[in-house]
Design a protein around this ligand. Structure first.
Ligand code: NAP
Length: 209
């Protein structure tokens, strides 16, 4: 059984741990506080182990960062040596305080800035447009929502596409890591639409072809 590490015990970390666990993965749920991780893991279910962040990423090949984006992130600084050579999935949307724009400059993205902070890791952007409430019940009237996957390391991106496809989501290759610039703006739109239409955060994208 493959083990995936999820760093962060917030809404996204717990939601991702839940769907990964339900799909048959072992999950290391990491926190800055190991006791908080243990409590969150117990709430999510058997097969999820709560650990301090560094212990969570040891001995795994794929790590999902479910933490807030920061230009200089203390958690990333601490984890950087442990993440060398690993596939790191960045899910961050660098939202402003009013959720109607991004804090990053137009020519970059949280995914690219995270990759700069982890130069020895294979950073792939995914789940940017998956709102946390969706993990409770990921399928909409029999239809899976789209998870766009963006990355410059082709092999790492293919691994993440397969991982997403093994979950109740439809994986689509969105292109290079720079495509995250668009994906992060799409999250702003999704949040705005969800609020305006009163979707109660149960809203998602799906590509039709
Ligand atoms: N919420 C959504 O619908 C949604 C959708 C798509 C993407 N995202 C992205 O997913 C990431 C997590 O979002 P979330 O909604 O799960 O956030 P959240 O509920 O606030 O949880 C974030 C978690 O990150 C950990 N963390 C590590 N460093 C931190 C720091 N400096 N400040 C605060 N927390 C820190 C904390 O876990 P420990 O205290 O256990 O370390 C915290 O519980 C964000 O980058 C967000 O943009 C969110």
């Amino acid at each position: 059984m493959q083990t995936i590490a999820v760093i962060g015990t917030g809404n996204m970390g717990r939601g991702l741990a839940k769907v990964l666990h339900e799909a048959g993965y072992a999950v290391h749920l990491g926190s800055r506080d190991a006791s908080r991780a243990a409590q969150a893991a117990e709430e999510v279910g058997r097969g999820v182990t709560g650990l301090g962040n560094t212990d969570a990423v040891r001995n795994v090949d794929v790590v999902i960062l479910a933490i807030p984006f920061e230009q200089d992130n203390a958690t990333l600084r601490e984890l950087r040596p442990y993440l060398a050579g690993k596939i790191v999935i960045d899910i961050a949307n660098p939202l402003n305080a009013s959720f109607d724009g991004l804090t990053t400059s137009p020519g970059t993205s949280a995914a690219e800035l995270t990759a700069q902070q982890l130069p020895e890791s294979r950073v792939v952007g995914a789940f940017k447009n998956t709102l946390a409430a969706v993990f409770d019940n990921p399928v909409f009237d029999g239809q899976q929502s789209t998870v766009f996957v963006a990355g410059d390391d082709e092999d790492a991106k293919q691994t993440v596409l397969k991982l997403v496809d093994s979950l109740p989501f439809m994986a689509i290759d969105a292109g290079s890591l720079a495509a995250a610039r668009t994906l992060e703006h799409m999250s702003v739109l999704l949040i705005q639409v969800s609020q305006r239409q009163q979707y109660n955060w149960r809203a998602a994208y799906r590509i039709l072809s």
